[in-house]
Ligand binder design. Structure first.
Ligand SMILES: Nc1ncnc2c1ncn2[C@@H]1O[C@H](COP(=O)(O)OP(=O)(O)OP(=O)(O)O)[C@@H](O)[C@H]1O
Length: 496
């Protein structure tokens, strides 16, 4: 392998082995580290400060071994601190920023293996590499089981160490990427609060979470936008398959042929354009969950194949005779009347029975009056965080309008409306004028109810608006409301 200057690096001797025996660097450790670094700089291998520089803690009861490792690490550009006991190591982990720990498994009377879980608890993101002169596979396995990142047998060469550090850098990079993607997801998708004050929704959630850990097929029914996909994910997250993927398949999005290939995969050359073999979503969901959205739109020709897969866990790729198996839990959702589809011959009855071992039903939002404002406020705070705005909530008029609207698009429509409101407002509240115009239309009679989940302010605003609308003058309205006309004038101005 060539270095950055295009020269072949020399094979490095086993410095660590020498050092363990010779101890010659004990008194002149730092100058030697500088010479090491200068040599590496001349050879074009210099590590810039701040770039890939790790903060390393060496935990070993033998001072000479700590020094040996320290020299090698410092020569590679890293910063090192040392601890001779478990107690000292734990206190450093609690007080300093440490990226990586080299932990000797034999710490005098203490056992590094015993210390490992406490270290991880003290500093969850830290990487721990265990070292021992008594290299044994079972100790290594046990150390990894307790959360060690890697295992380094003693003696080791600088090259072994360099490879290990490079691997740690790679893992750290991936972890950072995962964290940043998670952050982006959190920003894009509201942290969903499934809690509810509606008894019907609560009993649906109770059943959902009771069946979640089993492998039973679940059919979720509800109008479009009622949160069927969200409920499916919540079930998957509470199942024992949570470490494996949940793969969604949108049944109406493709023709029967393409959907079959999307589900079960195809062999190379199975049809025009099939230049490569694909494994399909069933295989991708092996060990996990397959979420079949809009199952009512599954083409009739595909229904027997899905039924067979549900019964026998077996399938074939398109254009291939070989039978394959996959261990997949099926969750399905529909907004259609599947019984009517069965009666009309559009959906197989046996497939319906297989799919709805457990049936869950989500009501439309217009039937979740007790939850409506709580969900709206939750979404407002989510979008406020996302846009960096500090919002106190909705104006009473906005709340009244949210409460009386029928929400034909259900939670999806509500989410979009609140997002729009948060984006448009320049004040500390979201007002009716920031919400979609449909919400500003006059209420159909009786939508806002005394005793409903609505604030006093919203109730007052609605009452004032209706009394003014049906009174001949402001004075008449004030008389009906039992307040001074000037007070009513002020309130009316405030209500816009
Ligand atoms: N409890 C909730 N709180 C806030 N928003 C929610 C909630 N449940 C669902 N949503 C939002 O509503 C939208 C629709 O949800 P989802 O896709 O799960 O509905 P669906 O019933 O599967 O819709 P479709 O039938 O059209 O596929 C999504 O944007 C989702 O984030």
């Amino acid at each position: 392998m060539m270095n950055r200057r295009g020269r072949m690096p020399r094979i490095l001797p086993n410095w660590c082995g020498c050092l363990e025996r010779g101890q010659i660097f004990g008194r002149i450790g730092t100058p030697i580290a500088l010479i090491f670094r200068a040599t590496r700089w001349i050879r074009g291998e210099f590590i810039h400060e701040g770039e890939n520089v790790l903060q390393v803690l060496i935990v070993d009861d033998v001072a000479s071994l700590r020094r040996t490792l320290r020299l090698t690490l410092e020569s590679q550009g890293h910063r090192v601190t040392e601890a001779g006991t478990g107690t000292a190591a734990l206190s450093m982990l609690g007080s300093e920023r440490i990226d990586l720990v080299f932990l000797d498994l034999r710490l005098g009377q203490e056992s590094g293996l015993e210390l490992l879980p406490t270290m991880r608890m003290r500093s969850p993101g830290v990487g721990i590499v265990v070292m021992t002169a008594f290299a044994a596979v079972d100790t290594a396995v046990e150390a990894m089981r307790r959360g060690a990142f890697d295992y380094l047998p003693k003696p080791f060469t600088p090259e072994q160490l360099r490879l290990l550090l490079a691997r740690w850098e790679q893992v750290r990079g991936l972890q950072r990427e995962v964290d940043s993607l998670r952050e982006q997801m959190r920003a894009a998708v509201p942290e969903l609060d499934l809690s509810t004050d509606e008894p019907q929704v609560q009993s649906t959630l109770d059943v959902a979470f009771r069946v979640a850990p089993t492998d039973a097929a679940v059919l979720i029914r509800g109008e479009s936008g009622t949160g069927k996909g969200v409920l499916a994910r919540a079930i998957h997250q509470r199942s024992k398959r949570v470490g494996r993927p949940m793969i969604p398949v949108n049944c109406p999005s493709l023709s029967a042929e393409l959907l079959e290939s999307e589900l079960f995969g195809h062999a190379r050359g199975a049809f025009t354009g099939a230049v490569e073999a694909t494994e399909g979503k069933v295989a991708a969901a092996d060990g996990g969950t397959l979420f079949l959205d809009e199952i009512g739109d599954l083409p009739v020709s595909l229904q027997p194949k899905l039924l067979r897969f549900l019964q026998e866990k077996q399938y074939e790729r398109v254009g291939e005779a070989r039978t394959r198996t996959a261990d997949v839990r099926i969750l399905a959702a529909t907004n259609r009347d599947l019984e009517a589809d069965v009666a009309a011959g559009r959906f197989r009855e046996d497939l319906l029975y297989r799919l709805n071992v457990i049936e869950l039903s989500l009501p439309p939002l217009r039937e979740r009056r007790r939850d409506l404002l709580a969900i709206a406020r939750h979404l407002l705070q989510f979008f406020a965080r996302q846009t960096g705005k500090e919002l106190h909530g909705f104006t009473p008029e906005a709340e009244a309008a949210i409460y009386r609207h029928r929400w034909p698009g259900n939670l999806r429509e509500l989410r979009n409306a609140i997002e729009r409101g948060v984006i448009l407002t320049m004040d500390s509240e979201v007002d009716l004028r920031h919400l979609p115009h449909q919400l500003a239309q006059l209420p159909s009679a009786g939508r806002i109810e005394v005793g409903g989940p609505v604030t006093l302010e919203a109730l007052e605003a609605e009452h004032i608006r209706r009394v003014i609308a049906t009174s001949a003058s402001l004075e008449d309205a004030a008389t009906i409301l039992g307040i001074d006309p000037s007070t009513l004038y002020r309130k009316r101005k405030k209500l816009g």
